[in-house]
Design a protein around this ligand. Structure first.
Ligand code: GLN
Length: 197
């Protein structure tokens, strides 16, 4: 498969490496013509406000929305999760997202004291060490959204940090930084395989 990685800002290089290590072609995408070439897209971690503004400047914002609407598989990590959310809390004023997943995401949800941390989670039932950096969590989901991982905040409070809706996958954490390819492989094998004929 030809997997595009939106390469405007953030840790797109690490995602391209993870794509290649998984045996697929990893292509950086900045222009609408490059988007047309790919079967699926990854939205990296970084700064969701900057990525959205740059996407407007590069005139690729609406083309990405259109491809999402027509069923292209997309995986977003961290800032990429925010960009796939239909609704956000604690965004900057009028912060735009590509949307597609019927969820409300809280930006910078873990607070300043815990800017970055690692945690042992279950992803799709398997143990996984996850890296969080100024991460969002998912505040609420619509009925079509499947929760694949949650964090335990104590006192019985849990928040989703990995979700899927059809051909869209999002994680609050950064598997591209750990060398563990299972989340990327889940995207290629479970999400893309069903969507790309
Ligand atoms: N806090 C960032 C944002 O709002 C996301 C952080 C990240 O991608 N590591 O976009």
């Amino acid at each position: 498969m030809k997997i595009g990685v939106l390469a405007l800002q953030g840790d797109f290089r690490e995602h391209i490496e993870a794509v290649k290590a998984s045996g697929h072609a990893g292509l950086s995408v900045r222009r609408p013509e490059e988007l047309e070439e790919v079967d699926a897209l990854i939205l990296p971690g970084g700064e969701s406000t900057a990525i959205a503004l740059l996407a407007q400047t590069f005139q690729i914002f609406q083309p990405i929305r259109d491809r999402i609407a027509s069923g292209m598989p997309v995986y977003g990590s961290c800032a990429g999760m925010i960009l796939l959310a239909d609704r956000i809390i604690y965004g900057v004023q009028d912060q735009a997202t590509f949307g597609g997943i019927d969820m409300t995401v809280r930006r910078n949800a873990f607070g300043r004291q815990v800017d970055s941390f690692e945690s042992d989670l279950k992803f799709n039932g398997e143990p996984l060490r996850a890296v969080f950096i100024r991460a969002p969590w998912v505040e609420e989901v619509g009925e079509k959204v499947v929760v694949l991982s949650e964090v335990d905040l104590g006192d019985g409070v849990r928040r989703p940090v990995a979700v899927r809706q059809g051909s869209l996958l999002a994680t609050s954490f950064h598997p591209e930084l750990t060398g563990d390819l299972r989340v990327h492989r889940y995207f290629f094998d479970q999400v893309c395989a069903g969507a790309i004929k």
